[in-house]
Write a protein that binds this ligand. Sequence first.
Ligand SMILES: [Zn+2]
Length: 84
Amino acid sequence: MLKFLVIAAACFILYKLLTNDRKKKVEVKKNNDEQMAKEGVLVKDPVCGTYVSKDSDIRIKDGEQVRCFCSYECRDKYLKMIKE
Ligand SMILES: [Zn+2]
């Protein structure tokens, strides 16, 4: 019985470690994107919220601002949005 408890506890701790690690990695990735966006390396796709490179080929001029998109699909959606 004691052996079973020890194994269960070990599994629980291992599970916790694995899930925490995964959460941290996702947070770090998100922070990196936001940091790069602040530095002007990445810009946010206004349609889906993905961060894309400022050098992205898929871009339009919207008044004074240049908007970059992750895909032509997002660009077309944005063009539709501003027309309406
Ligand atoms: Zn997009």
